[in-house]
Design a protein around this ligand. Structure first.
Ligand SMILES: Cc1cc2nc3c(=O)[nH]c(=O)nc-3n(C[C@H](O)[C@H](O)[C@H](O)COP(=O)(O)OP(=O)(O)OC[C@H]3O[C@@H](n4cnc5c(N)ncnc54)[C@H](O)[C@@H]3O)c2cc1C
Length: 363
């Protein structure tokens, strides 16, 4: 166990898979960690919901397990009873809506999920190590005390009946694990070494994330989804829909006789319709769906999610930037270091950062 136990804990801002990965490694190395998460849940964009007996993923659809460290975490360290393989292939469609079999060399890897929803991954990680998570804590800035190098997290909250700036701390180090544009806002409104702040701002400023709408369509009549197919992917990027998947391909999610489609709109469509009302959005959704799946029956219910920051659109940040602030105690992780939206990639980055910070604390 670590000598660093006498230090204040490490604070992690963001309980997505990357922040949880960092917290996992730090906890396993014997360091005290506290996670601050703005929502009520865990796993961030690896998000799941329930409605009328259905369980579905309205963010990431599945994850792949591409490295030994992910294999060890998922198959050996975490319980596997709820782990499932997503059944079916990924076919493709073009701008005209015409469906064809996918490229056999693409998307054929194993697609993983959990019966209880993709967000189970974060729940299992947090439960397995007894992680302290402060929910509904939206961090607006961080402050480093110049005299002793200790860190404080700032958030808005109610104090004596009035909305006030609250501070949590002290912490020995802070890990910021939120999407790139949100990290930029947080770092801009923080107080710490000005040179470091300037460098991080200039690296984060050009980072772009796509916005994306997910629609969840529930049917009680057969929808004739193509046989042996789990999902349809728009490959030429010419369609208003980028992805349609059949949630029934995930065991234990949708009651027999019912059907659930996940439809993700293209980043361009999502950007231009970002502030539309539900009626206009749904009109656009069904107009776009009509040439890919022309014979759909009437929906029983519809759910939706508007993701402001869904998938990174910029090159991955250089790995060295994750620990640029190590002397001062400020670390970064998240899919901004992956350069594309990937649960496995973001989790791996978090695990790597957690190990690097643990080694730094032990030095
Ligand atoms: C619609 C959609 C579909 C996707 N499909 C796939 C897929 O099929 N397969 C795949 O591998 N990946 C997919 N992805 C991408 C994948 O979900 C992400 O790359 C991955 O989950 C990122 O994890 P993260 O921990 O870096 O960030 P996040 O999951 O975004 O975690 C950040 C956490 O920080 C919290 N937070 C934000 N700001 C603050 C703050 N100020 N204070 C405190 N907490 C804060 C958030 O609530 C969140 O919980 C998809 C994403 C979306 C949105």
């Amino acid at each position: 166990m670590s000598v660093a136990k006498s230090l204040p804990p490490v604070a992690v801002s963001g309980a997505g898979v990357s922040g949880l990965g960092a917290a996992w490694e730090l906890t396993c190395a014997g360091h005290a960690v506290e996670v601050f998460e703005k929502s009520r849940g865990l796993s961030g964009r690896a998000a799941s919901r329930s409605k009328e007996g259905c369980r579905y993923d309205h963010g990431a659809n599945y994850f792949t397990i591409d490295s030994d460290e992910l294999k060890e975490l998922i198959f050996e360290s975490l319980p596997t009873e709820d782990l499932i393989k997503v059944q079916g292939d990924i076919a493709v469609f073009d701008a005209s809506g015409a469906i064809s079999p996918g490229d056999p060399s693409q998307g054929t890897g194993e697609k993983w999920n959990y019966r209880g929803g993709i967000n189970t991954i974060g729940k299992l990680m947090a439960e397995s190590i007894g992680l302290v998570v402060h929910h509904q804590s939206r961090i607006t800035g961080v402050r480093c005390d110049e005299e002793n190098g200790q860190w404080f997290l700032q958030s808005m909250g109610e104090h004596e009946g009035r909305e006030s700036l609250l501070e949590d701390g002290p912490f020995s180090h802070v890990v910021v694990s939120i999407p790139g544009p949100q990290s930029l806002t947080l770092i801009e409104s923080s107080e710490f070494d000005e040179d470091l702040q300037e460098q991080l701002v200039s690296e984060l400023e050009p980072i772009e994330y796509a916005s994306q709408f997910s629609f969840l369509l529930h049917f009680v009549e057969d929808i004739s989804f193509p046989e042996h197919t789990y999902a349809l992917l728009n490959v030429d990027r010419g369609h208003d829909i980028s992805w349609i998947s059949y949630e029934n391909g995930k065991e234990g999610r949708i009651p027999d006789g019912e059907h659930l489609l996940v439809v993700q709109m293209s980043p361009e469509w999502s950007f231009s319709h970002f502030d539309d009302d539900q009626e206009t959005l749904q009109a656009g959704l069904f107009s776009a769906l009509s040439n890919v799946m022309p014979n759909l029956p009437k929906t029983d219910w519809i759910d939706s999610q508007r993701w402001k920051f869904s998938l990174p659109q910029s090159e991955a940040l250089e790995p060295r930037l994750a620990s640029l602030g190590k002397e001062q105690g400020l670390w970064l992780t998240g899919d901004v270091f992956v350069g594309k939206g990937r649960v496995g990639g973001a989790l791996e980055r978090g695990l790597q950062l957690g190990r690097e910070l643990a080694a730094w604390l032990e030095d």
